[in-house]
Design a binder for this molecule. Structure first.
Ligand SMILES: *Cc1c(COP(=O)(O)O)cnc(C)c1O
Length: 439
């Protein structure tokens, strides 16, 4: 789709009769004119709801507010909006009020794993840093829906300094992921300040930014923003395309600017019922992404957040999609399908099964075509006993600053030097009885 095509011109003129292409391409103009009411949505799209529908939609908006950029609005197919993937991601549905008993307020327990406000520290070596509570568009499938519109703000420097302080005082953190809200809602100067503070911390090796701007407001990717970001390599940027329809000439331009500036680009999709739960749509999406130098990174199973039940698919749908990708298209176009564990266990990868059987020296596998094959394992393999004493090992790991952490979880069960033979859930009745008997 062209930049400032007829539909976009029409929307711009309805917003303000004298607006032109330079208004349209100004991200602040887009923000100022984002669509937050049903009335304005009707006016700009020509789509009309019945009084009854409107009343029910208003109740939905009281709980989960609406915000759509004029740009993203212009991608909606007005004639077929009920089946439109852009409409479904952007415009409220009365189904959002359908909260199931099994839905959770904070399914990923981000608030429980938060040592200071704004930081979620879940994995040993990396943190999620929520640096903004706002977005240019409120995705209807947002996992942090509970927070949307709640405290619509950009945290002040004092609040952010607390997060920075935590990172500075926690030397295990080598990777900082800026998220939100959308970090690119911050001004260029503020981003500059924030990145200069974080990258000045000696143990921070990489910074990543998660943003949906290339999808919902590509004009935010300005030359000046890129100039600021370029000072802070290695900086990785992850975005969130869910459907090939979102890849337009404007979003391509934004991605090209970022790729040309040397940022490795990734994409995180969410598997959504009636939006992209189709092997052909997903294949088309990932192929378009790699054409634009974006590596599909994750495909998420939809979380258990409140108000998302109408978007969820069975896990089998994700597996089916992977079956149609693995082997069928470029290896690096295939995202890792993950379920973010409810309760805060982190992302768990899920895959089709490829191992059919196993003996002491052979593995039986099947490929994407269904061909069954065998891999002969070595008759002789002497495993090295690992006591994590790298200085006295034949393998050459120059361990000047390598991590000395103990093995964790399943890694611990596999380790030679650790005598743990099982991981036992807390409060196991049988183990409690053993202790009582012993005591
Ligand atoms: C997703 C996530 C990360 C990053 O995980 P990667 O698998 O390294 O991309 C870090 N912290 C939290 C809380 C997350 O949800």
């Amino acid at each position: 789709m062209d930049i400032f095509n007829d539909i976009q011109q029409e929307i711009a003129k309805k917003i303000k009769p004298d607006s032109n292409i330079s208004n349209w391409k100004d991200w602040k103009w887009q923000l100022k004119n984002s669509i937050q009411s049903i009335g304005k949505f009707e006016l700009l799209t020509g789509i009309n709801f019945s009084e009854d529908e409107k009343a029910r939609l208003k109740t939905t908006l009281e709980r989960f507010p609406l915000s759509i950029t004029p740009y993203y609005l212009s991608l909606i197919d007005n004639k077929n909006y009920e089946n439109d993937p852009v409409f479904k991601q952007a415009f409220a549905s009365v189904d959002e009020l359908n909260v199931l008993k099994t839905d959770l307020k904070d399914p990923l327990s981000e608030d429980s794993d938060s040592p200071v406000e704004g930081i979620t520290h879940r994995y040993p070596d990396r943190v999620l840093f929520h640096v903004s509570n706002i977005c240019s568009m409120y995705c209807r499938h947002c996992t942090r829906k509970r927070k949307v519109g709640d405290v619509d703000s950009i945290p002040n420097k004092q609040q952010l300094l607390k997060g920075i302080e935590y990172i500075r005082n926690t030397p295990q953190i080598r990777d900082v992921l800026l998220s939100g809200g959308d970090p690119f809602m911050l001004s260029d100067d503020y981003i500059d300040w924030l990145l200069s503070e974080i990258t000045a911390i000696p143990h921070v090796e990489i910074v990543r930014i998660g943003t949906r701007m290339p999808v919902v407001l590509p004009y935010r990717i300005t030359d000046n923003l890129v100039k600021v970001l370029k000072k802070y390599h290695p900086l990785w940027i992850n975005t969130h395309f869910n459907h090939p329809r979102e890849i337009t000439s404007s979003s391509k331009e934004a991605l090209a600017k970022l790729a040309d500036a040397g940022f490795p680009l990734g994409n995180q999709s969410v598997l959504l019922a009636n939006v992209n739960d189709c092997p052909r749509i997903m294949k088309n999406l990932v192929q378009k992404l790699v054409q634009n130098r974006v590596r599909p990174y994750y495909m998420y199973q939809c979380d258990l957040s409140e108000g998302l039940s109408h978007f969820r698919t069975p896990v089998g749908k994700g597996i089916e999609i992977l079956e149609s990708l693995i082997g069928h298209t470029t290896g690096f176009a295939v995202p890792t399908y993950v379920i973010d564990a409810p309760g805060g266990g982190g992302k768990i990868p899920v895959m089709p099964n490829y191992i059919i059987s196993w003996s002491t020296n052979k593995v039986v596998l099947r490929n994407y075509e269904g061909i069954i094959t065998t891999y002969k394992e070595p008759e002789k393999y002497e495993s090295k006993f690992c006591d994590r004493d790298c200085d006295n090992c034949d393998l050459d790991l120059q361990l000047d600053e390598a991590d000395e952490q103990k093995a964790l979880g399943i890694e611990q069960l596999l380790s030679d030097e650790d005598s743990t033979i099982s991981l036992v859930p807390d409060n196991n009745e049988r183990y409690n009885r053993r202790e009582e008997d012993a005591g």
